[in-house]
Design a protein around this ligand. Structure first.
Ligand code: SAM
Ligand code: DTB
Ligand code: SF4
Length: 318
């Protein structure tokens, strides 16, 4: 459905109670309201990236605390995937700090995808901008989801990234779609953008045809040394509103409460689930930054009566 920023802005402006009630009603029409999908992330290649995304710890252009790490071996990846599965994750997402994969990089990653899939986990990869033919190779290796984010509204994007245009991102998403891989695409909230920009991002995501199956909504993790290290703090209610607007406009998508959970209270996360978030990153590390502890998440789930989604059930009830 084509949605404009004016449509999504109107949702953002609703009284909070009305917005959450509507989001939760939509959520219940399409999903089990008490099931949350668990994905574990692994950075398979860390740091030294040529790009200048202003939020990122891994750009070679910024001085951050991240240690560069070349591509992990298949054994190292399998060890991490098995550990994630043993803790209850059903999806394993591999991230690489590349502008996009070179041909020589792609081969070993295809082997990782294949092996993780053989464990019975859903596979996801986030490798940057794809060249023609690469999405087909990923699909043939058994990749279920490709993550590539629009990050922010089209108008605000030039303030954040200068090394590759918005159009490249849209083009990669098109290739992923054409290769039959499910699209995981979202953005980051709290980069100093306005509510109109947040509305613009959600409108852009919901207008993808078809909309993404998976929508990660990240709260900016402030990384010392990056241009966004001192971005103004985001009002948590505005973050919850963003999740709710995503839920209403993308009723069939799994909406992921992604980066930024460290430091969120249980009460705030409960509001995020009420607004329609039904996926989290699970495990003590995101790519380079900390994530809540597994025992803490298990206690939160017990408190809220939530349970993990079973593998393969992350599709909405149509
Ligand atoms: N290099 C690939 C790319 O840019 O697509 C894959 C990895 S990149 C780190 C994946 C996504 O993580 C980014 O698009 C961004 O949305 C998110 N991300 C990165 N750093 C973040 C931060 N500091 N806070 C919140 N989200 C972040
Ligand atoms: C996404 O949207 N969020 C994840 C995943 N896709 C790859 C990454 C979050 C990264 C947070 C900062 C870090 O750990 O470096
Ligand atoms: Fe970071 Fe990815 Fe941008 Fe590289 S392309 S700087 S890894 S977000």
């Amino acid at each position: 459905m084509m949605l404009t920023a004016a449509d999504t802005s109107a949702l953002f402006e609703m009284p909070f109670n009305d917005l959450i009630y509507r989001a939760q009603s939509v959520h219940r029409q399409h999903f089990d309201p008490n099931a949350v999908q668990l994905s574990t992330l692994l950075s398979v290649k860390t740091g030294g990236c040529s790009e200048d995304c202003g939020y990122c710890s891994q750009s070679a252009r910024f001085r951050t605390d991240v240690q560069d790490q070349p591509l992990l071996s298949l054994d190292e990846v399998m060890k991490a995937a098995k550990a994630a599965k043993a803790k209850g994750a059903t999806r394993f997402c591999m991230g690489a700090a590349w502008r996009g994969p070179k041909e020589k990089d792609l081969k070993p990653v295809l082997a990782m995808i294949n092996a993780v899939r053989d464990l019975g986990m859903e596979t996801c990869a986030t490798l940057g901008v794809l060249r023609p033919g690469q999405a087909e190779q990923l699909s043939a290796a058994g990749l279920d989801f490709y993550n590539h984010n629009l990050d922010t509204a089209r108008e605000y994007y030039p303030k954040i990234v200068h090394t590759h245009p918005y159009e490249d991102r849209l083009n990669t998403l098109k290739q992923v779609r054409q290769a039959g891989i499910k699209v995981c695409c979202g953005g980051i909230i709290g980069m100093g953008e306005s509510r109109a920009h947040r509305a613009g991002l959600i409108a852009e995501l919901a207008s993808l045809d078809p909309p993404p199956e998976s929508v990660p909504i990240n709260k900016l993790v402030h990384i010392p040394g990056t241009p966004l290290a001192d971005a103004p703090p985001l009002d948590p209610i505005e973050f919850v509103r963003t999740l709710a607007v995503a839920r209403i406009t993308m009723p069939h998508a799994v909406i992921r409460l992604s980066a930024g959970r460290t430091g969120m209270s249980d009460a705030l996360q409960a509001l995020c689930f009420l607004a329609g978030a039904n996926s989290i990153f699970y495990g003590e590390k995101l790519l380079t930054t900390p994530n809540p502890r597994v025992d803490g998440d298990q206690a939160l789930f017990a408190k809220l009566g939530l349970r993990p989604m079973t593998p393969g059930s992350s599709a909405s009830r149509l």
